[in-house]
Write a protein that binds this ligand. Structure first.
Ligand SMILES: [Zn+2]
Length: 247
């Protein structure tokens, strides 16, 4: 019995080491065309987490509108000032400004990228198509992450964000090492205003009305891959990697 326990213990350690290695390595892929990936999904689907992981594994940049704005704000750019004025008034960033931000960023990328949180509506999707055609770039795949409504609520209300570096934690699934503090930059974590339970229904209806039509649009173009995001972060990640490796 002791021997069995010992073996089991070694086996668990082996599995543990293996999964760490699998996450640390970067994947070589043979591809004539660079990967251009869109991640769609409701709030709480884990888009940001998956995008960061794919970015690391396939060595392509993760482009999120929120992150670009944070970077621009650090440099005090005119776009950042415009955005700040709008969000201070409690308004949404208008399409033309979002498109300006995205265009400026992706025109520099020739080796592929992942778009997280863009496009958000059909107008942005049309614009992106035109922009890609002008840049002679082609979409590889659009992943649509599906999550059950109960899980969305649970994930969002426990989500804590670092306002400084944008890192995302969760009080049940991705607990920060020190309570209330960012693991990476030690900044104090916040519970974002729109991550409170009373705002979730509004955000979901916005997603259903504005973003769900894009899913249909990409499905018609036969470029959509549906992924169930109810599973663990690692399981979702493996499904995405497997798909990309067979591309
Ligand atoms: Zn941080």
């Amino acid at each position: 019995m002791i021997i069995i326990k010992k073996n089991l213990c070694f086996f668990i350690i082996f599995l543990f080491n293996f999964s760490i290695k699998a996450n640390e390595m970067s994947i070589e892929y043979k591809e004539d065309k660079p990967f251009i990936i869109i991640l769609l999904g409701p709030p709480g689907a884990g888009k940001g987490t998956q995008a960061k992981q794919i970015s690391k594994l396939f060595s392509i940049p993760h482009i999120s509108v929120g992150d670009i704005i944070r970077e621009e704000a650090l440099h005090g750019s005119s776009i950042a000032m415009e955005v700040k004025k709008i969000t201070d008034e409690g308004k949404f960033i208008p399409d033309d400004l979002v498109l300006k931000i995205i265009e400026k960023r992706i025109s520099k990328e020739i080796n592929g990228y992942i778009l997280d949180g863009f496009p958000r509506n059909i107008f942005q999707a049309y614009f992106l198509e035109k922009m890609l055609s002008d840049l002679n770039q082609e979409l590889t795949v659009v992943f649509s992450l599906n999550v059950s409504p109960e899980l969305i609520t649970e994930r969002i209300i426990y989500r804590r964000t670092c306002p400084n570096c944008g890192a995302v934690f969760n009080l049940t699934t991705k607990v920060p090492k020190k309570e209330g503090q960012c693991d990476f930059c030690k900044n104090e974590l916040i519970h974002r205003g729109d991550d409170h339970e009373d705002k979730i229904n509004f955000r979901l209806s916005l997603y259903n009305n504005e973003t769900v039509p894009i899913i249909q649009y990409y499905e018609n173009k036969e470029i959509l891959k549906e992924i169930s995001a109810n599973e663990s972060i690692l399981e979702v990640e493996n499904e995405i990697i497997e798909y990309l490796q067979n591309k």
